[in-house]
Design a protein around this ligand. Structure first.
Ligand code: NDP
Ligand code: HSE
Length: 386
C-alpha cells in the first residue's frame, strides 16, 4: 500500500519531536498503522533550520499555504500554535478535504465548535490528543476507554510549566522568574508564557475535557481562570504547615445545576497521589459512575512526549482514513447532533472550600470578629494557623 502523505506545519519543539520519533520508530509504527506514514512536506518560517532538522528527506517551504493546498497531502499536522494563521490553515486544510492533527488547545478551546462542524461537513477527522496533557492519552481515555460511564468529574494538573514552577519554588526555594525561564528553555512554556502562569493554558485544556466528558460544545469564555502569579512563598509554606500542597488544578464537574469549569490554585492533602506530582509531569483524575476514580499520569509537555500523542493521532487517522465518517469516533465523543446545552456555572454559584490569608490588627477580639463574620455567612472553618 502507498504511504499516507503528511504535511507538517511548524517544526519547532513539538514538530521536530514528531519528525524524529516518526523516523526513529518508523518500522513499528508502520506495522501498527498498516501502511507507512511519510512526512512529505514541512512548512516553517525558518526554512534553513527546517532543512537542517529534516536532513533533506522532504520538501521544505516557508509558505504553509502550499502544504494545505497540495493535493498529494492526506493529513496536515498543525504545530504552529495560536489562533491567527493556525486557524486559517486548519480551515483551509479541512476545506481541501485533508485530515488534521493539532496540538493547539488554544485554537480548539476557542474555535473548536466551528472547526469540528466544518470537519464533519467535509467528512474529515480533526485529532487532538496532544492538546491536553502532552503525552498522556487522556483524550483517548475519555472518548473511548470510559465511554460506558456517566462522567461525574475530571480534575487534573494539566499545565507542566506551572507545576514545574511550584515544585522548584517549594523544593529548591528558587524564584518564580528563574524557574519560568528554565521552563521556557526546556520547551514547556507557551510562546506567550502568560498563558501558562495565568491559568489560560490549563483552562483551554479543561474546556476541551469538559466538552468531551459531558457532551457539550467547547465554551472557554465561560471558564473561571486563575493562575499562580498571585501566590506568594508564604502561601506555599502555610499550606505545608496545614498538611497540604498547592497545585494549579483544572476542574470540571457535573452538578444538578450545571457544569463547573474552573482553573485555580488548589490545596491538596499532601498524602494524595496527585499532590506528589512534581516538575513538568501532569496527572488527570477522572471519576465515572461505573468505573469510579481513575488516574492518568505522565509527561505533560516537551518535544518527544507531545510527539508521542501527535503520532498516535496520525496512526488512528491512517487506520480510519477509508472508514465511513459515521464509523469514526465523534470529535467530542458524543454524536454532533446529541450535544447538550447544560449551562456552565459562574464561580459565584459554585460552593467549595477556600483558603484565606489575612493580615489583621494584633488586638484582642480580632479572631472572634473574623469567625463571627464567616459564621454569619454560614462558612465554617476547617483549620486555622495564626
Ligand atoms: P514552537 O514555537 O517551538 O514551534 C512553532 C513553529 O512554528 C516554529 O518553528 C515557528 O517558526 C513555526 N511557525 C510560526 N509561524 C509559522 C507560519 N506562519 N508558517 C509556518 N511555520 C510557522 O512551538 P511548540 O512546538 O512548543 O508548540 C506548537 C503547538 O503545540 C502549540 O499549539 C502548543 O500550544 C502546542 N503544544 C506544545 C507543547 C510543548 O511542550 N511545547 C505540548 C503540547 C502542546 P519560528 O520559530 O521561525 O517562528
Ligand atoms: N505550555 C504547556 C504546559 C505545554 O506547560 O503544560 C503543554 O501543553
Amino acid at each position: 500500500m502507498k504511504p499516507i502523505k503528511v504535511g507538517l506545519l511548524g517544526i519547532g519543539t513539538v514538530g521536530s519531536g514528531t519528525f524524529n520519533v516518526l523516523k526513529r520508530n518508523q518500522e513499528e509504527i508502520t506495522r501498527r498503522a498498516g501502511r507507512a506514514i511519510q512526512i512529505a512536506m514541512v512548512a516553517d518560517l525558518n526554512v534553513e533550520r527546517a532543512r537542517e532538522l529534516t536532513g533533506g528527506e522532504c520538501e521544505v517551504v516557508n509558505d504553509a499555504n502550499l502544504v494545505v493546498s497540495n493535493p498529494e497531502i492526506d493529513i496536515v499536522i498543525e504545530l504552529i500554535g495560536g489562533y491567527g494563521i493556525a486557524k486559517d490553515l486548519v480551515m483551509k486544510a479541512i476545506s481541501n478535504g485533508k485530515h488534521v492533527v493539532t496540538a493547539n488547545k488554544a485554537l480548539l478551546a476557542t474555535h473548536g465548535n466551528e472547526i469540528f462542524k466544518a470537519a464533519q461537513e467535509k467528512g474529515v477527522m480533526v485529532a487532538f490528543e496532544a492538546a491536553v496533557a502532552g503525552g498522556i492519552p487522556i483524550i483517548k481515555a475519555l472518548r473511548e476507554g470510559l465511554t460506558a460511564n456517566r462522567i461525574q468529574w475530571v480534575a487534573g494538573i494539566i499545565n507542566g510549566t506551572t507545576n514545574f514552577i511550584l515544585s522548584e519554588m517549594r523544593d529548591k526555594g528558587l524564584d518564580f522568574d528563574v524557574v519560568l525561564k528554565e521552563a521556557q528553555r526546556l520547551g514547556y512554556a507557551e510562546a506567550d508564557p502568560t498563558f501558562d502562569i495565568e491559568g489560560v493554558d490549563a483552562a483551554h485544556k479543561a474546556t476541551i475535557m469538559s466538552a468531551i466528558a459531558f457532551g457539550i460544545p467547547v465554551q472557554f469564555d465561560k471558564a473561571h481562570v486563575e493562575g499562580i502569579t498571585k501566590l506568594q512563598a508564604d502561601d506555599i509554606r502555610y499550606a505545608e504547615q496545614l498538611g497540604y500542597r498547592i497545585k494549579l488544578l483544572g476542574i470540571t464537574k457535573r452538578t444538578s445545576n450545571g457544569i463547573e469549569l474552573r482553573v485555580h490554585p488548589t490545596l491538596i492533602p499532601e498524602k494524595r497521589l496527585i499532590a506528589n506530582v512534581e516538575g513538568a509531569m501532569n496527572a488527570v483524575l477522572v471519576h465515572g459512575d461505573a468505573v469510579g476514580a481513575t488516574l492518568y499520569y505522565g509527561k505533560g509537555a516537551g518535544s518527544e512526549p507531545t510527539a508521542s500523542a501527535v503520532i498516535a493521532d496520525l496512526v488512528d487517522i491512517t487506520r480510519l482514513a477509508t472508514a465511513d465518517p459515521e464509523h469514526r469516533v465523534p470529535h467530542l465523543a458524543f454524536q454532533a447532533n446529541a450535544l447538550a446545552n447544560t449551562p456552565i456555572l459562574p464561580m459565584s454559584e459554585i460552593t467549595t472550600s477556600y483558603y484565606l490569608r489575612m493580615n489583621v490588627a494584633d488586638q484582642p477580639g480580632v479572631l472572634a470578629d473574623v469567625t463571627r463574620i464567616l459564621a454569619d455567612s454560614s462558612i465554617s472553618i476547617d483549620a486555622m494557623l495564626q
